[in-house]
Ligand binder design. Structure first.
Ligand code: FAD
Length: 467
């Protein structure tokens, strides 16, 4: 029996699909730009089955592409075009293994979807803080493997800070159980961190133990008009200090991004009578009933309006109004996708460097590519801007790629000047694999390659991704 036939008999009926039509959604990335082929898509139902499956792949040198919700934006979860790889989806592994209320932890399998995890935590009276627009599809294995960030990093950290333990199947099929629930553990290298943000290149994450947090009982959401990015950065510093520890989100939306949302997304409207170049979406929250959050937020807002740092502001009067503010923020990518062909940069710089980034790169791009609609938006409180650019739908590939190259030069030069990153939260995948060499030192690349070789000597785990 060939390797693929042996895998089919291991998985049994319902454990895999192999016809082209059914496999289609697993072989194209979210933005449509990355597409591949596969021998089959496997749906193992337990860690033991993943272990046997990976051992078979190792024996027969079959490449593996692990896949979560397939919402990744850099092509990491899509196989190459050889058709030799198998895609492994853990969607059938979606059980809660345990909740330890006194320890504030939850252990779940990798197929658990992020919204399910948030709901499960809430049911038990806790908060699982990771939140992003793809949360209805992204799953535990996927968001761990991209070290997802999202809108609550400011207060709770990236996925890296939320994971206490993992269970993974290594490239030879052995199971590594490190499902610890310890907040302190200085016993050598922290190996789980290699798998967080590992993009499926070192093994398959099958389960994880996460930190939980006290559930907020009060929350205030503000939409603030801003005259400039400089003012937004100044306001961030003041709200962080004056809001105590209650500031939990601080997101920026440019006017250009808002205009595309107004044009392309139903049920949206311009929030203020006047137009402003930028808007800030800020959230204060607390788990304490004793803190008068509404009153302090109103006072803070009044002070900043009087000082002139904020020209106009809306404080949500209801949960529905708060949701409508977030609706705009969460639909920028979709609105841009409807408008034209997108060039996407997921950059980070020190927060203090954001004004300079925008001040220098915006005019360079506008001069070089006058048709470009520049749409900066995102997690400004983390120094992370989704610096996306929309180009006309009618442009052919050659014109599009040439404009993309020009813009990339501008963006990357600014990132080098400001000691920034080409991937704040989306990862490297295939999209930024070549660019990584420009931003990592020779020593870093050598160490990364040595780690990959040590753990995956046959190179079967997600080949062609990241390195
Ligand atoms: C509308 C939208 C908004 C987004 N917003 C954000 C945001 O705010 N912040 C952010 O960080 N990202 C964001 N993303 C990107 C994306 O949602 C995240 O990268 C997410 O973490 C990917 O999860 P997934 O389950 O879809 O993984 P996939 O896309 O399926 O896979 C991502 C990577 O993880 C690997 N992988 C998947 N499962 C496993 C596993 N079990 N073991 C080992 N490797 C595995 C894959 O091989 C691939 O390399 C957004 C995406 C969209 C479409």
């Amino acid at each position: 029996m060939s390797g693929i036939e042996t895998i089919k008999s291991l998985l049994g009926t319902g454990g895999y699909i192999d016809n082209a039509k059914d496999m289609e959604p697993y072989l194209v990335g979210w933005r449509g730009g990355h597409a591949g082929k596969a021998a089959l898509v496997a749906f193992p139902k337990s860690t033991e089955q993943v272990s046997k499956l990976v051992a078979l792949c190792a024996e027969h040198s079959i490449p593996i592409t692990p896949q979560g919700g397939n919402t990744g934006l850099v092509g990491g979860g899509v196989p190459d075009t050889s058709g030799k790889a198998i895609v492994i989806s853990l969607s059938r592994m979606n059980k809660v293994r345990s909740i330890d209320k006194a320890n504030y932890t939850i252990t779940v399998e990798s197929g658990f979807i992020l919204t399910q995890l948030q709901e499960e935590a809430a049911k038990a009276g806790f908060l699982f803080p990771l939140s992003m627009a793809s949360e209805g599809s992204a799953n535990v294995g996927g968001f761990i493997s991209t070290n997802a960030g999202g809108t609550a990093v400011l207060r709770y950290g990236n996925t890296r800070e939320l994971v206490l333990g993992i269970e993974a199947v290594l490239p030879d099929g052995s199971v590594w159980n490190a499902l610890k629930a310890l907040r302190k553990d200085n016993t050598g290298y922290d190996l789980k961190q290699l798998f967080i943000g590992g993009e499926g290149t070192l093994g398959i994450v099958t389960a994880a133990t996460f930190k939980l947090f006290p559930k907020p009982v009060q929350s205030e959401t503000l939409l603030l008009a801003m005259k400039s990015v400089e003012d937004a950065v100044a306001l961030f510093a003041e709200l962080r200090k004056e809001g105590g520890d209650s500031l939990s989100a601080f997101e920026i939306i440019s006017r250009t991004a808002l205009e595309l949302v107004l044009k392309n997304i139903p049920d949206t409207r311009d929030p203020f009578a006047e137009k402003y170049p930028y808007y800030i979406l800020a959230v204060f929250s607390t788990s304490s009933e004793l803190i008068p959050l509404r009153e302090t937020t109103e006072k803070l807002l009044e002070k900043k309006l009087t000082e002139g740092l904020i020209p106009d502001a809306l404080l949500a009067e209801s949960v529905a109004q708060a949701k409508s503010f977030w609706h705009v923020r969460e639909h920028v990518s979709e609105a841009a996708k409807k408008e034209g062909r997108g060039v996407h940069f997921d950059i980070s710089v020190p927060i203090s460097g954001i004004p300079e980034f925008i001040r220098t790169v915006n005019p360079e791009i506008a001069n070089a590519v006058p048709e470009a609609i520049i749409l900066p938006f995102g997690h400004i409180g983390d120094g992370n801007i989704h610096y996306n650019i929309c180009l006309p739908k009618t442009w052919d590939d050659a014109k599009f790629e040439s404009a993309k190259d020009t813009m990339k030069k501008s963006v990357y030069a600014a990132l080098k000047r400001l000691h920034g990153s080409i991937s704040a939260e989306h990862g490297i995948g295939v999209e930024r694999r070549e660019d990584l060499k420009e931003f990592k030192s020779k020593e870093e690349i050598t160490m990364m390659k040595a780690l990959k070789k040590a753990l995956d000597p046959k190179g079967i785990m997600n080949p062609g991704k990241m390195l």
